[in-house]
Write a protein that binds this ligand. Structure first.
Ligand code: BGC
Ligand code: BGC
Length: 856
């Protein structure tokens, strides 16, 4: 199949439109009718047809069971249309009560990454089980005459039961891919299922079987490999671990639970690695690369749920792609479970909103994930069934698929969650036996990139210095999807039973008469024999991890390494990251360099490999090899084994062992970024929207709210953002303050030293309308408690009603006011007491036009 330039352009247009037509309203109970939007143009490319004939023609590993089919028919015949509609809707526990689950007969609940019992991510496991009981009791209550179908609870147990304090946390998938060990995948699946059973849950939204081809994507670490072969090999094994072996009594027995392969289809192949973006692969590549995990998960493991993806394929969103969701997934690949949508993913389909999307349902989406939008969606879906937009036949089909999975999983017989086998056996959460498997996975996932002069393994009787902010930091080594969505703000004490990398090194040294000193900045009084610097990316999830390039921008660790080497101290670097990155300067400044990925709660596994036995012999050798190619420059974002002009720094499959005597010479430290890449990071706001990877954020002090599609409001209502037209349709955002609040552009730290030294400015185009009497300032930030503010109250008041302006403010003004320009996280922000209304079109870091100063 080929695609023309026209298609690409159309897809590009569609993206822009889709971004502007984000549903404005996702409020609970909002009765807003389905709004048809201009985003209709999304579904355009008539020649992007799917040819089902080229896809695998196969059956699920689970055969048809006539007894189950008879029960489905029987249950269906007793259900009212309202109950059927309830069955196809899943709500988030932060936005639904057990009472509402009873009233609306909802089929399922989930906890999103940051939803937990009592609105507290650190709620003890007992509270999870108690809440599971409440939802189960509510859903099975037939006092109002319903059938009482048990609701099932789904969660993102993506690296162990990772929302639960005290659970065993395995390495994220990128580390597991480096192991090349399909057998342990089954054990990991079993343990994850068992720990979930302790807390009474039914279903995990894992594994992710994305085959990531652009490592700028913030979900690269959720992928086993850029190589479809590894994903195809792993997917069925972990699913069998979670669900049990098909064709045996073990399948979905009370030792197991329902698993999900996600995100169907093409999530790892979006342009520029943009989360929820556009996949422009050919149909053959979609099949051979991105779909790799699905045929085996279905035919070998009998996967029971599949989650459609947020991304589009050539401009058309997956949630509405009938030819792929139904014709390919069900009719060709033989998938016989049900599809569950992604987080309001249906709302992004052309013509849909979060509370109305017959298109997705008719395309083959069986259960909507409608976290906060479920009530409006329920009302609208019911109306669409009543007016025939959705046929009763299609509704019955979706409900049947959900019932089929529930019956296979035995949820009708399982009874109260707290009375099921394993429930409440708290000692199983993070048990020594489970942690041992995770520790083994950590050992196997480490990849040794450099070991000049046999620096490793370390004699445990040495005096060792441990530096870097990752040395004693279980939160950092665990990454995103850990206790909360982003995995941020977790302390070591939030991982009872877990170990940091320092813990492991210290224990090994202590046992051998050595010593370990922890010093984050690498300073010391007594010169150590060797230093271990543990550094890397801070936790992130989804779009918050999207990057403009693969540069590792934190210079702190590099300075530490260089300072240590200058003192003649050998440096062992342990790099924590969710992807391979341009780290040649750090590799040069290290004698040994280990890619440790995101190992999870068992940091001790790192010491198992780095530290020799007391007698100096190898304890555990390195066995991990790269499942992602390591880049030579920061712009080698699309670098995959098999590329025609494949030119990695370390190739796919590379990984040293202690037997190797390879010496890595000086590497080029040219990041390849040049000026072009700076330009894209310098663009902050385009057409009223944040320019990726920058995000638009608002806050009234209570948490931060990210804005997408120029629409949002702070919880207190102190600030709102709505899209508006200026020179083109919805090319600006109107930001209105009624009380103190902040509006800003935020992202990962960027080094603006060059821009500041080069006298560059922040330029923004805007108008001030209405009153502007409150105090207002421009602000920038460089992380927590770091930033600068420029008071512009008087100037803003003068500009009120004066029409469109383009202002330039020098970056050096912020630097003089306290901004550390080497690590800017907020390059542009407006803080006001209100009242204030600013309509903003763009913001950019550009050259000084000549007369810029510190005023507007
Ligand atoms: C993610 C899914 C996840 C779901 C529920 C979505 O934003 O894309 O992977 O399963 O949220 O947390
Ligand atoms: C939820 C995640 C979800 C995400 C979608 C978050 O608020 O906690 O589970 O994946 O929103 O963007």
């Amino acid at each position: 199949m080929s695609f023309s330039l026209k298609n690409i352009l159309l897809a590009g247009t569609a993206l822009t439109l889709a971004a502007c037509s984000q549903p404005a309203d996702s409020n609970i109970g909002s009765e807003q009718p389905a709004a048809d939007t201009e985003a209709q143009t999304q579904t355009s490319d008539a020649d992007q047809m799917v040819n089902p004939e080229i896809w695998p023609d196969q059956q699920s590993a689970i055969g048809r069971d006539e007894a189950i089919e008879a029960r489905i028919a029987d249950i269906l015949s007793q259900m009212t249309v309202e109950e059927k509609v309830g069955q196809v809707i899943q709500a988030d526990i932060a936005s639904v009560t057990p009472e509402e689950v009873r009233e609306y007969n909802l089929g399922s609940v989930l906890n999103g990454g940051s939803s937990a019992p009592n609105n507290d991510n650190y709620s003890p496991p007992e509270d999870w089980l108690a809440l599971a009981d409440e939802f189960w009791l509510a859903s099975t209550d037939t006092a109002d005459g319903g059938v009482g179908i048990p609701a099932i609870w789904g969660t993102d147990a993506v690296h162990g039961h990772s929302n639960i304090v005290g659970a065993t946390l395995f390495p994220h998938n990128i580390g597991l891919g480096a192991m090349r060990d399909p057998a342990i995948m089954e054990e990991i699946g079993e343990i994850t299922a068992r720990e979930m059973l302790v807390t009474g849950l039914d279903w995990t939204f894992a594994p992710t079987v994305a085959v990531v081809r652009n490592d700028r994507w913030g979900r690269t670490y959720e992928s086993y490999s850029e190589d479809p072969a590894i994903v195809a090999e792993y997917a069925p094994r972990i699913v069998i671990g979670i669900q049990g072996q098909p064709g045996t009594d073990d399948f979905l027995s009370d030792e197991h639970m329902i698993s999900t392969t996600k995100h169907f289809l093409g999530d790892g192949g979006t342009e520029d690695g943009v989360d929820q973006g556009s996949n422009l692969a050919s149909e053959e590549d979609l099949r051979d690369i991105h779909a790799a995990g699905y045929p085996a998960a279905i035919a070998e493991a009998g996967i029971q749920t599949v989650m459609p993806s947020f991304n589009d394929w050539h401009g058309r969103k997956m949630h509405g792609y009938k030819e792929l969701l139904t014709d390919v997934l069900v009719d060709r690949m033989g998938f016989d479970g049900f599809t569950v949508g992604d987080w309001n993913g249906h709302g992004q389909v052309a013509g849909c909103t979060n509370i109305s999307c017959a298109t997705a349902f008719n395309a083959g989406l069986d259960m909507f994930m409608a976290p906060d939008s479920w009530k409006g969606l329920y009302e609208n879906t019911l109306a669409q069934v009543e007016d025939g937009t959705i046929s009763m036949e299609r509704l019955d089909e979706a409900v049947s698929r959900i019932l089929r999975v529930k019956l296979r999983a035995g949820v009708f017989e399982a009874g109260l969650p707290s009375e099921r086998p394993y429930a409440g056996q708290w000692e199983l959460l993070g048990s020594a036996e489970h942690r041992e498997v995770a520790r083994r996975a950590v050992r196997q996932s480490l990849v040794l990139l450099k070991n000049n002069d046999g620096t490793l393994p370390l004699d445990p009787s040495l005096n060792i210095l441990m530096a870097g902010d990752g040395a004693d930091n279980i939160g950092k080594q665990s990454g995103g999807w850990t206790i909360n969505w982003q995995g941020t703000d977790n302390e070591n004490s939030d991982f009872p039973g877990g170990t940091s990398i320092y813990d492991g090194i210290a224990a090994a040294a202590e046992a051998a008469g050595g010593s370990v000193t922890l010093s984050e900045d690498g300073s010391f009084d007594d010169k150590p024999d060797v230093a271990i610097v543990v550094f890397g990316e801070d936790p992130y999830a989804e779009f918050q991890g999207d990057r403009a390039n693969l540069d590792f921008t934190d210079d702190g660790p590099l300075e530490t390494m260089r300072a240590l080497q200058a003192e003649g101290i050998p440096v062992v670097s342990v790099f924590l990251s969710g992807r391979p990155m341009f780290t040649s300067p750090e590799i040069n400044a290290s004698d040994a360099f280990v890619a440790a990925w995101l190992p999870g709660s068992e940091g001790v596994g790192v010491a198992d490999v780095l530290m020799a036995k007391v007698d100096g012999s190898v304890n555990h050798d390195f066995t991990g090899t790269l499942s992602f190619s390591w880049p030579k420059t920061a712009v080698d974002d699309v670098l995959n084994v098999g590329d025609a002009d494949y030119d990695p720094l370390f190739a796919y499959g590379y990984g040293l062992t202690y037997g190797d005597e390879e010496t890595i010479g000086d590497l080029s430290e040219d990041s390849g970024l040049g000026d072009a890449a700076l330009v894209s990071l310098n663009t902050l706001i385009v057409a009223g929207n944040a320019n990726s990877p920058w995000r638009m954020v608002i806050t009234d002090g209570e948490g931060e709210n990210q804005i997408s599609g120029s629409t949002g409001e702070t919880p207190s209502g102190s600030l709102s953002v709505v899209p508006a037209d200026y020179e083109a349709q919805e090319d600006t955002s109107i930001v209105t303050w009624t009380a103190p609040a902040r509006f800003y552009i935020s992202g990962q730290p960027v080094d603006l030293t060059r821009q500041t030294n080069g006298d560059m400015v922040v330029e923004f185009t805007y108008q001030v309308t209405g009153d502007a009497t409150g105090s207002t300032s421009l602000f920038t930030e460089c992380g927590t408690d770091c930033g600068a503010t420029l008071d512009v109250s008087g100037q803003v008041a003068d500009l009120a009603g004066a029409g469109w302006q383009t202002s330039q403010v020098k970056l050096s003004c912020f630097a003089e006011a306290g901004l550390d320009v080497s690590k800017v996280t907020v390059p542009f922000g407006i803080s006001s007491e209100g009242p204030l209304t600013v309509q903003i079109q763009s913001a950019e870091i550009v050259s000084n036009g000549g007369d810029a100063d510190c005023n507007l």
